[in-house]
Design a binder for this molecule. Structure first.
Ligand SMILES: Cc1cc2nc3c(=O)[nH]c(=O)nc-3n(C[C@H](O)[C@H](O)[C@H](O)COP(=O)(O)O)c2cc1C
Length: 201
């Protein structure tokens, strides 16, 4: 009984300290060291109109054994929609309007569980397609690390990722990366593994 009481007392004392916010790990060296990477979950989300970005997204997801999510437009993009030589095509109209937010079909199941979210897209007129804006505005990314990547006909990532970043709050965005649609899984994973992120594997 006595020993139980003294154990209770010492617990109380610790609780008092903690409630005052006076203790931390460095003052409590006997506390077990729980690795921070435990339970790190990665999502690879992508939009791809002609499957180029999809290939890169699959390389990342396979390489990391991560979940993958395709951003699917409610209204699919036809070849005519994708015609950038037509001033009146759907993509031209959308990209001329920074506030355009094409609707997405479906959603990520339990976005909250993810710590790191890769977001991939093709470059359209130097930017991310507006549907990617719809995507980033649809979730709370605070506390998450976001890794933007893109494919293109030659343009770099430009300001596409930093423009997306402005649409989110409290997320840690890494610099965007342009990849070649033909990049091998090894090439893609070389970039991924060089990001300095702890994927918890
Ligand atoms: C509407 C539209 C605009 C595009 N604008 C650019 C551009 O500004 N710069 C560029 O290098 N490529 C541009 N492209 C080419 C795509 O970025 C490239 O083909 C990309 O890899 C396609 O990816 P996806 O197959 O995942 O959709 C454009 C393509 C489309 C359909």
């Amino acid at each position: 009984m006595n020993s139980e009481e003294s154990a209770e007392n010492s617990t109380d004392a610790e609780n008092t300290d903690a409630s005052e916010g006076q203790t931390n790990d460095s003052e409590n060296p006997e506390k077990p060291d729980i690795p921070e990477e435990q339970g790190t979950k990665v999502l690879v989300a992508y939009f791809s109109a002609t499957n180029t970005t999809q290939g890169i997204a699959e390389h990342i997801a396979n390489g990391l054994n991560a979940d993958i999510y395709e951003i699917v437009p409610e209204e699919p993009y036809t070849d005519a929609d994708l015609n950038y030589n037509d001033n009146n095509s759907r993509t031209t109209i959308e990209m001329n309007d920074p506030d355009a937010r094409p609707a997405i079909s479906g959603s990520v199941e339990d976005m909250e569980q993810y710590d790191i979210v890769f977001i991939g897209y093709p470059i359209w007129w130097g930017e991310a397609p507006r549907i990617v804006s719809t995507f980033v505005e649809s979730y709370d990314f605070s506390g998450k690390t976001i890794v933007p990547f893109c494919t293109s006909g030659g343009s770099g990532v430009g300001s596409s990722a930093t423009n997306l970043e402005q649409l989110t709050d409290g997320a840690d965005w890494l610099p965007g990366k342009r990849l070649n649609g033909s990049d091998s899984q090894d090439t893609v994973m070389e970039w991924v593994n060089g990001l300095g992120l702890d994927f918890g594997e």
